[in-house]
Design a protein around this ligand. Structure first.
Ligand code: HEC
Ligand code: HEC
Ligand code: HEC
Ligand code: HEC
Length: 333
């Protein structure tokens, strides 16, 4: 069992400041064996033997990991994480002394609401089971489809963050975030002159947002391009008393990586969401929160999705925001 051994050897349960080691069997000894004198190896074989025995290669192991992990999770959910509690005493935690005060509060609140250790500490010793193959495949397919495009649509959407340029082959003047709607003004094959319609907040000239009052990023402008957006109208947001400008911004992009059919982007977003956010709880629908609330929720959940790249994390956030409760219709249109 090379895989669990290696992961374990890198975890704080193998080596730590206090010199206490959690053996495999302290987390994996089955109920009916706890009182018997069984060799640890036998105990483990009892838990995983029928599966691990056949999993001679890493690949086979990864293929079965989710099934095995789910079995451990079910056990621990069913016995209120008894194995964890045999070493960690709930009453002995000093939440104020956690390395992060707010996360200590999070844990104490969760326990008070009836959550158990394993609800929040999945993937502590071992890698989280990999459910990414679905969305990774879809992304690869989209990247291939858009790598040499012959665009005949009026609008396109970047699949990933792209640079925009002052002219064909000109200097970089902005970054356009994935899923931003670009209206094509000039189609020169490899190059497109495009327009972004969006909103800017007074005095925040580095950023164009998708919608008024909602922090959904569309374009990040380089210094020399901050005067380029054209203001069409101005309004005072009654809730925040901030001034917002409706703007448009014209710039050049390469046609590489541009998706014509927005629904393909959202299929990718939906897969990314269910695979990354559906492991510990059901993936929570985008429409359960407001666009601006998703920023905070995604911050809170960041430590739970460390396997996502920055680009994937941003895409997921934008997918959730553009399909949020107060953005009805925008995301799917
Ligand atoms: C055999 C005793 C033992 C068992 C069983 C055990 N732990 Fe631990 N745990 C420890 C020790 C010792 C440390 C390291 C403390 C230190 O860093 O000084 C630790 C550290 C931790 C940490 C902080 C370090 C990290 O990796 O983030 C968390 C979180 C944790 N344990 C949760 C759990 C959970 C959840 C379970 C049940 C699945 C569990 N522990 C089971 C003894 C145990
Ligand atoms: C509601 C979610 C939640 C629950 C339930 C929960 N924890 Fe935690 N725990 C956290 C968070 C958040 C942290 C801080 C970040 C981290 O280490 O992952 C943390 C940190 C820890 C740490 C490290 C403390 C330190 O010094 O930073 C240990 C040990 C730990 N938890 C053990 C447990 C045990 C044992 C249980 C069950 C009795 C449990 N946790 C239940 C969320 C939770
Ligand atoms: C601190 C508790 C703890 C220790 C120590 C521990 N495990 Fe685990 N193990 C778990 C948890 C919890 C899971 C469920 C998956 C997850 O959340 O990572 C798990 C899952 C597994 C799985 C299922 C596949 C997978 O990766 O999820 C195997 C196999 C396994 N453990 C073997 C071992 C072996 C072998 C050792 C010793 C080298 C060991 N474990 C040490 C807590 C522990
Ligand atoms: C490793 C487990 C885990 C993963 C993965 C995870 N969550 Fe959570 N999530 C939790 C736990 C535990 C809670 C409740 C306790 C807490 O707040 O920490 C929670 C609470 C929430 C809540 C309600 C609380 C709030 O912050 O308002 C939302 C919404 C949420 N998660 C969304 C997500 C999204 C979106 C993702 C993917 C980016 C995700 N979760 C991935 C464990 C996870």
């Amino acid at each position: 069992m090379g895989m669990p051994d290696q992961e374990y050897a890198e975890s704080a349960h193998f080596k730590n400041a206090s010199g206490v080691r959690a053996e495999c069997s302290s987390c994996h000894l089955p109920n009916d064996m706890a009182n018997k004198l069984v060799a640890k190896v036998d105990a483990l074989r009892h838990v995983f033997g029928h599966m691990v025995g056949r999993l001679s290669t890493d690949e086979k192991y990864e293929g079965a990991r989710l099934r095995m992990a789910e079995k451990v999770w079910r056990n621990m959910e069913g016995n209120d994480s008894r194995e964890c509690r045999s070493c960690h005493n709930e009453d002995a935690f000093v939440f104020e002394k956690f390395s992060s005060h707010s996360e200590g509060l999070r844990m104490s609140k969760g326990l008070a609401e009836g959550k158990t250790c394993i609800d929040c500490h999945k993937g502590l010793v071992h890698k989280m089971p990999d459910r990414s193959s679905g969305y990774k495949k879809l992304l690869e397919k989209l990247l291939a489809e858009t790598s040499d495009p012959d665009i005949d649509a009026d609008k396109v959407y970047p699949l990933e963050t792209v640079h925009s340029y002052s002219n064909k082959h000109g200097e970089v003047e902005s970054r356009i975030l994935a899923a931003t709607e670009l209206t094509i003004l000039d189609n020169a094959g490899d190059w497109l002159r495009v327009r972004v319609d969006g909103w800017q907040q007074q005095d925040v000239d580095a950023m164009i947002y998708e919608l008024q009052g909602k922090r959904i990023f569309a374009v990040a402008l380089e210094k020399q391009a901050r005067k380029r957006p054209v203001v069409h109208s101005t309004m005072l947001d009654p809730d925040t008393e901030q001034t917002w400008h409706r703007v448009s911004y014209e710039t050049w992009v390469t046609s590489n990586g541009m998706v014509e059919d927005k629904s393909k982007l959202w299929d990718y977003g939906a897969k990314l969401h269910s695979a990354s956010c559906g492991q510990c709880h059901m993936a929570i629908p985008a429409k359960n929160f407001l666009a601006n609330q998703w920023i905070g929720v995604m911050n809170d959940m960041k430590r739970n999705v460390r396997h996502l790249s920055k680009e994937q994390y941003r895409f997921l956030r934008k997918y959730l925001q553009l399909n949020a409760k107060d953005v009805k219709g925008e995301g799917r249109s």
